[in-house]
Design a protein around this ligand. Structure first.
Ligand SMILES: CC(C)(COP(=O)(O)OP(=O)(O)OC[C@H]1O[C@@H](n2cnc3c(N)ncnc32)[C@H](O)[C@@H]1OP(=O)(O)O)[C@@H](O)C(=O)NCCC(=O)NCCS
Length: 208
């Protein structure tokens, strides 16, 4: 799971250029961890394969082999490297939350948060999530669903306490059994009541 410079045209310096910010702004160094970001469409085949391997290894879930079918373009990926090894990943896609009584909010929805098992517990995942949080200020709010609420709570995320539901073509689909939906307030987030109902547009195969 190394970053093969000879096979993959996407170098870290190129990532900085493609996302249009100076390298010093796009890379956050935490010890010897380098965190960078890239759009899905700018990520080459070798790095895509490394991301898929990393997610399968961390989650023990083969469905991650289809990650780039679910996210063919438009994702914002956050990648942590230790030396030349891709050790940690998260991806943001755009979804649409609506807290009760509020307009629909442009939402940075976070998926595929993963650290290689051998590198877990060393701050890599935290570094990725902190870098992510600093680079989604163009969104109104961030959201994710997790079984590891403690990990995200330490980083400022809040469990949504109110009722949860999907917005489908036929109307509201309550999801009363759903647990672990968390939000992160961003500079543009309006005043929220985390006890109110929260809905999200239904996607093929999932609500949250
Ligand atoms: C969840 C996950 C992404 C976290 O990644 P990570 O790189 O291990 O994250 P960190 O090392 O930053 O933090 C993990 C824990 O180690 C602790 N930690 C971080 N640096 C540490 C250090 N130097 N020494 C000791 N502990 C440390 C953190 O406090 C954190 O504890 P917490 O979860 O109780 O808050 C990773 O464990 C993973 O891939 N898990 C499997 C898949 C999964 O569950 N994904 C998330 C579901 S949405």
């Amino acid at each position: 799971m190394t970053r093969p410079a000879d096979q993959d045209p996407l170098q870290l310096s190129e990532v900085s250029r493609k996302v249009g910010v100076p390298a010093s702004h796009s890379h956050a160094m935490t010890g010897s961890i380098s965190v960078t970001s890239a759009k899905t469409e700018d990520i080459g085949a070798a790095t895509r394969a490394s991301i898929v391997e990393l997610c399968i290894a961390a989650h023990q879930e083969q469905d991650f082999q289809h990650l780039f079918l679910y996210i063919p373009s438009g994702g914002r990926h956050f990648l942590a490297y230790r030396e030349e090894v891709l050790v940690s990943h998260a991806v943001v896609t755009t979804r649409w939350l609506q807290p009760q009584g509020q307009p629909i909010l442009k939402t940075a929805y976070v998926d595929a948060v993963a650290t290689l098992p051998a590198y877990q517990g060393r701050g890599c995942g935290s570094a990725v999530m902190q870098h992510l949080a600093r680079n989604i200020a163009d969104y109104a709010i961030a959201c994710l669903q997790t079984d590891r609420t403690g990990f995200y709570a330490r980083l400022g995320w809040e469990v949504w306490r109110g009722a949860l539901a999907g917005r489908g073509e036929q109307g509201i689909i309550p999801t009363p059994e759903q647990r672990g939906v968390m939000i992160l307030r961003l500079p543009q987030t309006p005043t929220l009541n985390p006890d109110a109902e929260l809905t999200i547009e239904c996607q093929t195969g999932r609500i949250w």
